[in-house]
Ligand binder design. Sequence first.
Ligand code: HEC
Length: 165
Amino acid sequence: MKRVYAMTAAVLAAIGLMNLARVDRTNPPEDPAETIEAQTRIPVKVAAILRKKCQNCHSTRTDWQWYSAVAPLHWLMTADVYAAREHMNLSTWGRYSEEQRTGSLIGICEMVASNKMPPWYYQAAHYPSAHLSDGDKKVVCDWAKAEVQRSALAQNLNLGKGDER
Ligand code: HEC
């Protein structure tokens, strides 16, 4: 019995120590004019899908659940969110170049179509709300492709203007 107490105490102490190493869980303020909603012609349905299934990692609107305060989950979740924002931040879409936007739009379609995003562990932890149906994947891809075309068209028009003398 004594050993069980000692072991429990050791485990609790270890978790306690782990929790001394903290990372800031920040949500930098969002400029409404820079969001993907403001910057693209996004159908309500697609916006809802991104909000529900992507923005917890890929935006500064992260809903930091209470368990994100507890190490080791604390480290895993903060690392994930910061990496995701680094790769693609839906809150700061307005700061991206045309190339970056096109790359991210193609990426969004590829990732959802191949079921790589949201990551499997996120889908498992948030089942079924983080899961995308085939219909969801199609509307996301249709919108992403339409946006890529719209921006290619806009760029061609700009190039055309440059040619005029
Ligand atoms: C649990 C956090 C999390 C969620 C939720 C999530 N992602 Fe990601 N995503 C990441 C991380 C972390 C990366 C960085 C690359 C990696 O580690 O695989 C990433 C990378 C990406 C990339 C690649 C960008 C690049 O530069 O290659 C795309 C595109 C993407 N995610 C789209 C989505 C979409 C669309 C959704 C919602 C349907 C989504 N993600 C949901 C964490 C997440």
